[in-house]
Design a protein around this ligand. Structure first.
Ligand SMILES: C[S@@+](CC[C@H](N)C(=O)[O-])C[C@H]1O[C@@H](n2cnc3c(N)ncnc32)[C@H](O)[C@@H]1O
Length: 204
């Protein structure tokens, strides 16, 4: 792991206990999970799952016979996710401590969700191309993320960039749907919150 990536990982370890406060401005998770179009019994991966804010929606979508695999390289974030799983009494969730860029997935999954993390991966295109290889043909990749404001709102971009750099270690110029078009069919994107966030999806 490079020094930069190690720095990001340690920062998420430190902020893990307060991370869920960000849900005030994040959100849209239920809609992102609907775009996965998974059926009960499906196996779905929550890539860079963090503290597990997607888990309630994913657990409900896959049902008792399905499986949710949450992957993250921050032990601190995963510790919060483990507590969430325990509290929810969910038996169909596995949490894996792994770097998305090193990880191998032994069998194809039905879908992958990546929420608010493409902006954090320095090698975001490589991670997305890799994620596609884990999905069975016909399965979906869904990305939910933040982007820079446009037009008049772009006056705040220097502040957004500072916030992104020092708190989230994020670069909001990563536009996942563009890289997804190289590997997936029917890629669509919708913008919300004055186009400062996007949800995109495509089919393998
Ligand atoms: C902004 S948080 C998003 C967490 C969660 N997906 C959510 O929606 O709240 C970004 C997460 O990406 C994880 N992450 C960043 N790079 C990663 C990598 N290469 N492999 C695994 N996890 C990574 C961080 O540890 C952190 O938990």
């Amino acid at each position: 792991m490079s020094a930069d990536i190690e720095k990001i990982r340690r920062s998420y370890d430190i902020q893990a206990k307060l991370y869920d406060l960000r849900e005030i401005y994040l959100g849209r998770r239920a809609r992102a999970v609907r775009k996965l179009e998974i059926k009960p019994g499906a196996v779905v991966m929550d890539l860079a799952c963090g503290t597990g804010l997607n888990l309630p929606h994913l657990v409900k979508a896959v049902g008792e016979k399905g499986l949710v695999i949450g992957v993250d390289y921050s032990e601190g974030m995963l510790a919060v996710a483990h507590r969430r799983v325990e509290k929810g009494g969910w038996k169909n969730v596995r949490l894996i401590h792994e770097d998305a860029l090193q990880m191998n997935v032994p069998y194809p999954v039905d879908a992958v969700l990546c929420a608010y993390a493409v902006c954090v991966f320095p090698e975001w295109e490589a991670v997305l191309h890799r994620a596609v290889t884990w999905i069975r043909p016909g399965g979906r990749l869904v990305v939910l993320d933040v982007r820079y404001p446009e037009g008049l709102l772009s006056v705040v971009n220097p502040f957004v960039a500072l916030f992104g750099k020092y708190l989230s270690h994020a670069d909001y110029s990563h536009e996942a749907w563009k890289a997804m078009k190289e590997d997936l069919k029917g890629v669509e994107v919708e913008f919300f919150a004055c186009r400062t966030k996007y949800l995109c999806w495509g089919v393998k």
